[in-house]
Design a protein around this ligand. Structure first.
Ligand SMILES: C[S@@+](CC[C@H](N)C(=O)[O-])C[C@H]1O[C@@H](n2cnc3c(N)ncnc32)[C@H](O)[C@@H]1O
Ligand code: SF4
Length: 449
């Protein structure tokens, strides 16, 4: 066990998760659908694509949920949505040409809310419009409560080879407090079904910092999750942002673990998962040593994307659906987050991008530094510093880093900044030292740990 320095005051800071840099609060309306169309058309021939398909529907809302989703009680809006997704795929593929796709990720919400027939239809549409001959990773986020025989048969038929299951916590008391009742047997049954269909690359999502949750609950859930032998486990800190996600007001704030408890939960679960032979990947993922993610981490190829950590190395990310964010060499574009607004644009034959950011050289450099810090928990600043050297080029950043060094979060060795083992859960704070937008903004983020 490592010694525990005092809890840094910084840990209570609200900082971004750095799934992109610049982060979404700094996107603006000058990047719009016409610019999105130009960026798609300008994707160089020979580039590889990663596709993200967002499905913003669930059968009920979990109190803690921070995703862009809504309850769909009827099939009619879902039917209409499947049509919109296919129309958007038509629009983008007409501009991009039949580019080679290496990764597909279905996220949400709950993608299976589309139902099996529509999942199949949308996938066939993608296959007709893009070149899937080099498709390596085909992943879908699944809710274990909605995994049945017919779904796994469809997933297998469309070539899904990785499934990500939302587990969060197995403890009945915590499930009640977070508004998601999902007994252990339901998770076990969904995994058995997936295995029977040959889908055995699994990711389980766990959370800490949930209402009434104790360190023992988190550890118990980590051990149970690991007993299914998933190739990856994600351990997300609950982001409580009720000013942004109004339904989180259903959570009794007086039952939320405090900062020290959150830190202890994150650390203890990480130690337990490592004792169970998982390798830590970035700040909140754990992977079997033979899994792509663990290998990418070892080889310094780990990337950060909107799902968290990935080994996806595609040149361009094309994202479909409301709130989905595409990444091009030129910058980021986000579709309208409002389902009605998204639907109006697509139905009118226009892309749905409403905000984004064009990257300048300074953004690209800071993005590279932040990505290495978030992925490798270390960065060598020399290649970014130019003739003046890193101490001059990053003088104000070093000022902040020295403070973090005193708090035990980082070691500084010449040009190299290394997040300490103690600092791992605080990697977002270290990365934030290089975020030149953060200090100027009034954007509210979730707590750093
Ligand atoms: C789209 S859901 C996964 C698929 C499916 N909808 C489910 O819940 O089973 C994505 C994951 O985001 C995480 N998540 C959701 N809300 C969160 C929040 N407020 N803070 C941190 N993680 C959150 C959960 O771990 C969840 O499994
Ligand atoms: S956590 Fe998953 S199932 Fe629950 S509301 Fe969010 S997206 Fe839907």
């Amino acid at each position: 066990m490592m010694s525990k320095p005092p809890t840094p005051a910084d840990a209570s800071r609200n900082v971004p998760r750095y799934t992109s840099y610049p982060t979404a609060p700094h996107f603006h309306a000058r990047v719009d659908a016409p610019m999105q169309a130009r960026w798609i058309a300008d994707v160089p021939a020979g580039s590889t694509l990663s596709l993200y398909l967002h499905v913003p529907f669930c059968t009920q809302l979990c109190h803690y949920c921070g995703c862009n989703t809504k309850v769909a009680a009827r099939q009619e809006p879902i039917e209409r949505y499947a049509g919109l997704l296919m129309r958007e795929i038509d629009l983008a593929s007409a501009m991009a040409g039949s580019r080679r796709v290496t990764h597909i990720h279905w996220g949400g919400g709950t993608p299976s809310a589309l139902t099996t027939a529509r999942l199949q239809k949308v996938f066939e549409h993608i296959a007709a419009k893009f070149d899937l001959s080099g498709l390596r990773d085909h992943a879908m986020e699944l809710d274990p409560r909605h995994v049945d025989r017919s779904l796994v048969a469809t997933l297998s038929a469309i070539g899904v080879n990785r499934a990500s299951l939302g587990v969060q916590d197995f403890t009945p008391r915590v499930q009640h407090a977070m508004g998601r009742i999902q007994p252990y047997d339901v998770v076990a049954q969904s995994i058995t079904l997936l295995h029977s269909a040959g889908i055995d690359r699994l990711n389980l999502d766990l959370m800490y910092g949930l209402p009434t949750q104790t360190t023992d609950d988190v550890l118990h859930s980590a051990v149970l999750a690991a007993s299914f032998n998933p190739s990856r486990i994600a351990l997300f800190g609950y982001a409580h942002v009720p000013w942004f996600k109004k339904h989180q007001r259903l959570i009794d704030e007086s039952t939320l673990p405090g900062l020290d408890a959150r830190i202890e939960q994150a650390r203890s679960a990480a130690e337990t998962l490592c004792d169970l032979a998982y390798r830590p990947v970035g700040m909140d993922h754990f992977a079997d040593p033979d899994d792509d993610l663990a290998i990418a981490a070892r080889e310094g190829r780990l990337r950060r994307n909107f799902q968290g950590y990935t080994a996806d190395d595609a040149d361009v990310l094309l994202a479909f659906g409301p709130s989905a964010i595409s990444r091009f060499a030129q910058g980021f574009v986000q579709n309208s987050s409002d389902l009605a607004g998204y639907g109006r644009s697509i139905a009118a034959g226009q892309l749905a991008g409403v905000r984004g950011i064009a990257l300048n050289d300074e953004d690209r450099m800071r993005s590279a530094i932040i990505e290495r810090l978030m992925c490798d928990l270390a960065v060598d600043l020399r290649p970014f510093a130019g003739e003046d050297g890193s101490r001059v080029r990053f003088a104000s950043e070093f000022g902040r880093l020295e403070q973090m060094h005193e708090n035990g979060l980082v070691d500084i060795d010449g040009d190299r900044v290394v997040v300490t083992e103690y600092g791992r859960p605080f990697a977002r704070i270290v990365a934030a030292a290089f975020d030149s937008y953060l200090s100027a903004s009034g954007a509210r983020h979730s707590i750093a740990v």
